[in-house]
Design a protein around this ligand. Structure first.
Ligand code: SF4
Ligand code: SF4
Length: 363
């Protein structure tokens, strides 16, 4: 398809691109923001890429969770996302969802999907869950292999169908690595066949267990070619394809002349610590699930005070980024993935090296 065709198609579908209807902020949407609470590190799967793999039984209590929810609601009509580990392993998960949904917030959940039966899906819906993001990284045995448990693919398909039956909106979370790159078209087809609304195509950030498979991360050139693939593929399918942990996708679209500010495309880049806040199971607060640098703990300080006073969040809000990101014309609309910068360099303000759009990248 020609650039002009793609451009006009993107313009026509602008509302959908910005629609605030997903689990996750898509790594470009500041408003209204998202508070993510990883309620447990426990999980029934053993995924190769898991970002929180360390054994640590410490978890916040139900009452501590209620306090986080109350604080999150004071930030405005943000999304409140439950994740893990596997959030369905917490016995009080339905009470937590019900409490969160009593405020003016969209309540969403990221889950591996394997524990969702018809009964579970109906309970989630009744408690007030609006949407679920379910992980699929391969088809059949390839998914089982990536997720470390035989039968996981069949279980996740059952979970997807149960959510659909209960009236929950569903999207996919799909890791994109060297190992499953060839399966991405099949996963997109599966999502389209199931009439799913979105797939978040996640760049592997090498933290947690993901450190052991860092060689599976796409290189800069491969990642840019992946953007070519996604932009091109989007016109063929109804399901929305969103590369995440990749805020430069939106800069890429601008660089190609496919989106323009005059047309109302105002991407706002990496949201970590700006309107996206992550709470680990032990109460540590960080800017993003993939950026395990603690800036406070809700057992020592109110969540709202941490959000307001954190020097780390202030630096992220001010985009005090370095290297090619500092000089880049797309600094405001992208800012680089702060988690990837940290995973690769140990400095969350360092340049995002998996990019060929910034000054250093025009090499
Ligand atoms: S740090 Fe990376 S994964 Fe996290 S919000 Fe920013 S772009 Fe997305
Ligand atoms: S150089 Fe940094 S700010 Fe510029 S597009 Fe690349 S990642 Fe984004």
């Amino acid at each position: 398809m020609s650039v002009e065709e793609l451009k006009s198609w993107i313009r026509i579908h602008k509302e959908e691109i910005f629609a605030n209807d997903a689990v996750g902020t898509g790594c470009f949407s500041y408003l209204p923001g998202e508070v993510v609470w990883a309620v447990t590190k426990r999980c029934n799967l053993r995924c190769k890429h898991c970002s929180i793999s360390e054994e640590d039984p410490e978890e916040l209590t139900t009452e501590e969770g209620f306090a986080i929810i109350e604080d999150a609601a004071k930030l405005g009509p943000v999304k409140f996302a439950f994740t893990g580990g596997e959030p369905l392993l917490r016995k009080d998960i339905y009470d937590l969802i019900e409490y969160a949904s009593s405020f003016d917030m969209q309540v969403v959940m990221a889950t591996n999907g394997t524990l969702i039966t018809k009964e579970v899906a109906e309970k989630l819906k009744k408690a007030g869950l609006e949407r679920a993001a379910i992980s699929i990284d391969g088809i059949g045995g390839a998914h089982d292999d990536f997720r470390g448990v035989d039968g996981a693919f069949d279980d996740v398909l059952r979970g997807l169908k149960a959510c659909e039956g209960a009236g929950l909106a569903i999207q996919l979370f799909t890791m994109v690595t060297h190992d499953n790159y060839g399966a991405i078209p099949k996963i997109i087809k599966l999502a389209d066949d199931l009439s799913l609304w979105r797939i978040y195509l996640i760049y592997l950030i090498a933290v947690g267990r993901g450190k052991d498979i860092s060689e599976a991360c796409l290189s800069t050139d491969e990642n840019m070619r992946f953007f070519d693939y996604v932009a091109d593929k989007q016109k063929e399918v109804k399901v929305w394809l969103k590369p995440i942990c990749n805020p430069q996708y939106w800069a890429y679209l601008k660089d190609k002349g496919l989106v323009d500010r005059e047309d109302g495309f105002e991407f706002t880049g990496c949201t970590a610590g700006i309107t996206r806040f992550h709470i680990f199971p032990n109460g540590d607060v960080t800017p993003c699930a993939y950026l395990p640098v603690k800036t406070g703990n809700v057992r020592e300080q109110r969540f709202l005070d941490i959000v307001r006073d954190s020097e780390m969040f202030k630096a992220l809000r001010a985009r005090e980024v370095r290297g090619q990101c500092a000089a880049c014309e797309y600094k405001e609309m992208c800012g680089g993935c702060r988690s990837r910068a940290y995973a690769i360099s140990g400095d969350y303000l360092a340049e995002d090296p998996v990019c060929s759009l910034g000054d250093g990248g025009r090499r």
